[in-house]
Design a protein around this ligand. Structure first.
Ligand code: NOJ
Length: 558
């Protein structure tokens, strides 16, 4: 049995169309890495991460196999929603550094073939943005109609029953003009009025500003909520209560309105002028909805995120198999995401207490060997776990304060990156803005680099395979052994060769037969590329004994 992980030179791109020999654009083969800038690396030791900190870690990211970083908002902001309340779209928050630091980051990234993606908060601004300050000043202000202002239904009554996803009503009364403004998120995040052409123009200009500075694309925040029903029809009330104790609602009139797609097309036209990529924060309940975000003419988002796996309960090979089949049948380039800064970390979500690292490796092998572009979340590669606040007083995220204890907020998944096992996990000399979990003593970059069996070492090998194996980059997907409810088996097949992936999604040993004939390999030759087995395999097998939650990846030739 041979274990070989090779690194090859990057594939040549055609200068003309920005696509490679297989017709793929750079982002289709890229590995994206989401960085929460407050928590990645703190260069000035004030307890909060910054841009210089990110620049100092580019070599680490390069070595890991990252091709693009998506930085969550680093623009000036009162930080009510930790940057998702932007008060100036065309500057850098001094807490994170200067525009010079940003330009340096882009330039240093370029030297390492790492592109920079920014986070564009399209749905709302901060209430401290100059547009909103003017809008609020009088009913006749130049920017009045840049936001959604309405009279109440009656004294003390908001215009309708819409609720903010962050608790309470979605309307806030402004005593000065006696009207209410609409905010789907915090009251400090008033919704922009995308029906106003001046808003649309200003927002498209923001994207141009950054494209000209070398940004390779945007992750578009909260696209579902860009438009609202102009008649402000009440949403239907559903049975039951949400985690804030309010009635459940069908958000029929303030989410996923068809006009969203017009805005996506316009953003795409501008992105295309600069050869840039648009990634969408697209929460969907099924593949049909996701399909819409690519655009009927492939003229909307190149990368609408498929966040559906984050909602799967437990690990069922059947559930994953069906979902992957549906995504493939839809015919677009997939973007599977298993975790981010708004949801409990994947490590914690899947952990069973006995096989935590094995499960982390298994999930990595799943989403990094499937067709499509990959988006990682910082720390996932070292098996970082959630570190939720222990009491309400410790909470930083306002929704955690409002919804405690049912809703603890999102602090737990946003803690400092664990670089080593020294104080504060090597993130900062100062007390970090959020505490590191005790597991940082074992799950950190420095120690895991030295351990060939660590989660990090597994990620590094896996990403190296993903970048070098043509079948993982361009191969089709053939599902095998479909009757097995515990083991997900598939091949990625390309020009007479294939990569076989076997994932045991259960806590028991599973024996797996090798029948690759449905994929066209009758008497195949097999070279093992990567496993997460604890015991070395010896000899020949009719049936492969897959350890609990293990991974087996092999190269198949005829
Ligand atoms: C989605 C972002 O990911 C989240 O962190 C933020 O709070 C909301 N959008 C509002 O911008």
């Amino acid at each position: 049995m041979t274990l070989a992980v090779l690194r090859a030179a990057p594939r040549a791109e055609s200068q003309q169309k920005g696509v490679d020999a297989q017709g793929h654009a750079w982002w289709q083969h890229a590995v994206f890495y989401e960085i929460y800038p407050r928590s990645f690396a703190d260069s000035n030791n004030d307890g909060v991460g910054d841009l210089k900190g990110i620049t100092s870690k580019l070599d680490y990211l390069k070595e890991l196999g990252v091709n693009a970083i998506w930085i969550t908002p680093c623009f000036p902001s009162p930080q009510v929603d930790f940057g998702y309340d932007v008060s100036d779209y065309e500057a850098i928050d001094p807490m994170y550094g200067t525009m010079e630091d940003f330009d340096k980051l882009v330039a240093e990234g370029k030297q390492r073939d790492i592109r920079v993606i920014l986070d564009f908060v399209v749905n709302h601004t901060s209430d401290q943005h100059k547009w909103f300050i003017d809008s609020k000043s009088s009913k006749t202000a130049e920017h009045r109609d840049w936001y959604i202002w309405r009279d109440g239904k009656g004294p003390g009554q908001p215009p309708n029953n819409w609720l903010s996803t962050f608790g309470l009503s979605a309307w806030k009364l402004d005593p000065k003009t006696g009207q209410y403004y609409y905010h789907y998120f915090y009251p400090e995040q008033p919704d922009l009025n995308w029906r106003n052409p001046a808003v649309e123009k200003a927002m498209l200009d923001v994207t141009r500003f950054w494209y000209k500075r070398g940004v390779a694309g945007f992750r578009l925040d909260a696209v579902d909520t860009l438009y609202e029903d102009p008649n402000l029809t009440d949403n239907p009330v559903l049975p039951g209560k949400d985690k804030f104790g309010r009635p459940n609602m069908n958000e029929k009139y303030n989410k996923k309105l068809p006009e969203v797609h017009d805005a996506m097309r316009k953003l795409r036209t501008t992105a295309d002028e600069y050869g840039s990529v648009l990634i969408g924060e697209t929460w969907t309940s099924n593949v049909e909805q996701l399909k819409d975000y690519y655009g009927t003419k492939n003229d909307e988002l190149q990368m609408p995120m498929d966040l559906m796996m984050t909602g799967f309960k437990g690990l069922s090979a059947d559930e994953y198999r069906k979902h992957i089949a549906a995504v493939n049948a839809a015919g677009h380039w997939p973007v599977y995401v298993i975790t981010n800064h708004d949801i409990v970390r994947s490590y914690t979500r899947y952990a069973d207490g006995a096989h935590n690292d094995d499960i982390a490796k298994m999930m990595a092998a799943l989403y990094l060997t499937l067709r499509g572009s990959a988006i990682m979340y910082y720390g996932e590669e070292i098996g970082m776990e959630n570190n939720d606040p222990k009491s309400k007083d410790d909470v930083q995220d306002p929704i955690g304060k409002l919804g405690w204890p049912l809703e603890k907020g999102r602090d737990g998944e946003r803690t400092p990156m664990q670089w080593n096992h020294t104080a504060n996990a090597g993130f900062s000399v100062a007390k970090p803005w959020l505490p590191v979990p005790t597991s940082a003593s074992t799950h950190n970059v420095a120690d895991e680099m030295k351990d060939p069996d660590s989660v990090l070492s597994f990620y590094r090998k896996l990403l190296a395979l993903r970048h070098t194996e043509a079948a993982l980059l361009d191969g089709d997907y053939v599902s095998l052994n479909e009757e097995n409810p515990n083991v997900l088996t598939y091949v990625r097949r390309y020009k007479g060769e294939a990569i076989l992936v076997i994932l045991n999604m259960s806590a028991a040993v599973q024996k797996v037969r090798f029948d690759l004939s449905p994929a066209g390999f009758v008497e195949p030759k097999m070279e093992v590329l990567l496993t997460s087995f604890h015991k070395q395999l010896k000899g020949m097998f009719m049936e492969l004994p897959m350890e609990p939650y293990s991974v087996f990846i092999a190269k198949i030739t005829k």
